[in-house]
Design a protein around this ligand. Structure first.
Ligand SMILES: Cc1cc2nc3c(=O)[nH]c(=O)nc-3n(C[C@H](O)[C@H](O)[C@H](O)COP(=O)(O)OP(=O)(O)OC[C@H]3O[C@@H](n4cnc5c(N)ncnc54)[C@H](O)[C@@H]3O)c2cc1C
Length: 321
């Protein structure tokens, strides 16, 4: 059922954002289709900028504007996990952490890289999430999605999902679709080994990331080494990381630009990890945006490269990313 004026702050890992004019949480395909039909009736006479739909997973990679969202936000809570002969079917609203618990319980290997990755399976597929030399692309077989306009479902193979570095068809030609479920091909493994690998990754993240404050992960993409001049690389080559191609971590550039601990209002460049901007309490989207602008300016002055955001802005009725 559609709700009105729902605070997006409560659905954002950042604890930042205004209200959604309309909000629909779906637990099944039926909820989704019934809710969308209701929405299309309600919004029939709305101006265009108030008819947009935004699909929300775990809210771990999005910055909601302080003004909120004028259209409909659909919170995907379609869950459920089944396995047969190491082929796993997962609801896209399932959290990565419960998927990993399932993998441990059933001794399924292939997804350990995702230990500690926040968010939902749907959000991870859309951005082809990756860490520790693994990514969604490695084990994904098929994705089922629903077109929000035609209400038709579509199945795509791994290849047709066009999974590239932090990218997929769902960011491009299939923007109007909501991912409902996915099929992964895992392999049988040793339960203790799987559990240990996942735990190592969780511990690594706990140590390196400022998880004690609300955040939305890395703000900027790392910068490919080709963007730098040879003369710059003489001093920067010591920081090269393979991600999966050779990059200079954005965190390092921000640190070298002297921005560790830089603050605007209640948001700050984390001293623990300088590619994170943390919410110290009552942070606002406007403050995050100002700090992002300032970081880009300073890094450009210092290194003559443009930092590019990895996070997604959700502004009023105007979507990007
Ligand atoms: C502490 C921290 C660490 C992180 N580490 C990593 C990391 O190591 N690697 C990495 O890749 N990312 C990382 N991230 C970023 C983020 O967690 C991932 O991108 C995650 O996969 C996003 O999932 P989500 O469900 O929270 O998506 P959301 O933030 O809710 O949404 C992100 C985008 O996905 C879309 N979306 C969500 N669900 C669906 C769906 N069912 N169908 C269609 N579109 C959908 C949304 O519309 C939005 O555009 C990190 C974030 C945090 C906070």
């Amino acid at each position: 059922m559609l709700k009105q004026n729902v605070s997006l702050k409560d659905y954002s890992n950042y604890k930042i954002g205004g209200n959604a004019a309309y909000f629909l949480e779906v637990f099944s395909r039926k909820d989704l289709i019934d809710g969308l039909k209701e929405w299309y009736e309600v919004s029939l006479d709305f101006p265009k900028n108030k008819t947009q739909i935004f699909v929300l997973g775990g809210g771990t990679n999005v910055l909601f504007s302080d003004d909120g969202f004028y259209g409909l936000v659909i919170k995907n809570s379609i869950k459920g996990i089944e396995v047969k002969n190491n082929i796993v079917i997962v609801g896209a609203g399932e959290s990565i952490s419960s998927f990993l618990d399932f993998c441990i319980k059933h001794s399924l290997s292939g997804f350990e890289w995702a230990g500690g990755l926040p968010g939902t399976v749907g959000g991870a597929i859309r951005g082809n999430a990756g860490a520790f030399n693994g990514e969604i692309k490695d084990t994904l077989v098929e994705v089922e999605s629903l077109n929000l306009k035609t209400l038709k479902t579509i199945k795509r193979s791994n290849k047709n999902c066009e999974l590239l570095y932090r990218n997929s068809v769902f960011k491009n030609n299939a923007k109007d679709e909501i991912i409902i479920s996915a099929v992964f091909n895992l392999s049988s493994g040793n339960r203790k080994d799987i559990e240990n690998k996942i735990r190592e990754r969780v511990e690594h993240r706990n140590l390196k990331h400022p998880l004690e404050y609300p955040n939305i992960g890395s703000i900027f993409k790392n910068v490919p080494i080709e963007k730098f001049l040879d003369i710059q690389m003489k001093s920067l080559s010591q920081y090269i990381k393979n991600d999966p191609f050779s990059v200079i971590p954005a965190a390092k550039l921000i640190f070298l630009a002297g921005l560790k601990g830089e603050r605007v209002g209640d948001v700050m460049v984390s001293p623990k990890h300088t590619n994170f901007i943390v919410n110290m309490g009552n942070g606002k989207a406007s403050e995050v945006k100002r700090l992002i602008g300032f970081i880009k300016e300073r890094v450009k002055e210092e290194f003559n490269v443009e930092l590019e955001e990895e996070i997604m802005y959700v502004n009023g009725g105007d979507l990007n990313g």
